[in-house]
Design a protein around this ligand. Sequence first.
Ligand SMILES: Cc1cc2nc3c(=O)[nH]c(=O)nc-3n(C[C@H](O)[C@H](O)[C@H](O)COP(=O)(O)OP(=O)(O)OC[C@H]3O[C@@H](n4cnc5c(N)ncnc54)[C@H](O)[C@@H]3O)c2cc1C
Length: 376
Amino acid sequence: MIDFSFTKEQEEFREKVREFAQKEVEPRRKEWDREGKSALPINERLAAWGLLTADMDNITRGILTEEVAYVDFNSAMPLVWATMPFVLHQLPGVPEEVKKPIQEGILSGKSFLALCFAESGAGTDMAGIKTSAVRDDEGWVINGTKNTISWVNADYYFVCAKTGDEEEGIWALTNFLVPASFPGVSKPKIWKDMGSKGAVRGTVNFTNVRVPLNYMIGEMGKGYLLAAEFFDTNRAFIGLKCIGAAQASVDESCLYAKKRGVMGKPIAGYQAISFPLAEAQTLLEAARLLCYKTLWMADKGVRHTTEGAMCKWWIPEITFEIVRKGLLTHGQYGYTEELPFEQRLRDILGWQIGDGTAEPSKLLIARSMMGKEYVG
Ligand SMILES: Cc1cc2nc3c(=O)[nH]c(=O)nc-3n(C[C@H](O)[C@H](O)[C@H](O)COP(=O)(O)OP(=O)(O)OC[C@H]3O[C@@H](n4cnc5c(N)ncnc54)[C@H](O)[C@@H]3O)c2cc1C
């Protein structure tokens, strides 16, 4: 039986998150964007509101993402990453006494774990990762440079490194937990991005960083699988954060279109204004259903690689266009920094790249349709 409704608890949670976003997120939005300050401290505020709970299902986490992104794009992702069960925070293989305080710190909003996959020569093609982890009697020694890391000012790094031979490709990759305080971990170098500024993206170097043997996450040579599992679900959250920003743009445009008079009537009276808004609302409804279906599959333990890939390539593209039309509906006002449209465009554009560009996602979908042997 198909049921499209949210539970009473989920609806109540949505209301509380809306209130949280208005009271705690909205006043800080410009500070994160204009001054490039890290949005991470917002996690502590969510915890203080009692909304950062350990047993949240993925649908509820989607609601959190969508509602926060309606007010500010940048803080939605760190908030959802601080919730459990975030697949990478499970830190499989890491002993309880090491991971418990880390998980507690994340869940209280006091600390954060950043994900270090990409390097200057390896983004889409993870087999190109050069960061190495070499085992000796006492532990692992990690060397390499990770760049383009969001929340690079984090307390812990989830580092994907090569432990096998070049010819093993992605099956040479293994993940490691690396505390930022360990000797050999550099101070992060923060980049000047055009958008997503609150996500403080940058570079971190690992020079002869020693971690104990049991800081290896998951199984050796299976690092890519854990990353892929994370990406499948995270792509629905990225979709929902784009939807939040685009829905706000549509709602603001409807209000403005009813107020703004041109040639004797409100611009809402011109179909050149109202039809694009109607089309945008239709697309957002379809996109929202796709995201929540993907999260529903994640909650049911059903593989959702194809659905996640659909969220990733499609939603940042349509929402960019929806926000652009919202900006134009506001005429010259839309182009000012006073209104949030220009920020939303910059932020969404970044997530047409972050977590994978459109092309590899389309490859995943095409493979599911025709087989890897044909699509490549
Ligand atoms: C805002 C933002 C946040 C990010 N956060 C993180 C983070 O927290 N952690 C992290 O590890 N990384 C992060 N990244 C890095 C991001 O995941 C990579 O930039 C992304 O995977 C693309 O890799 P690349 O930039 O090296 O591009 P490349 O892989 O070099 O691709 C270049 C171009 O070639 C295209 N292309 C690639 N393969 C194919 C193909 N098979 N067919 C056709 N076209 C193809 C791509 O679509 C792209 O247009 C972030 C990036 C951004 C912009």
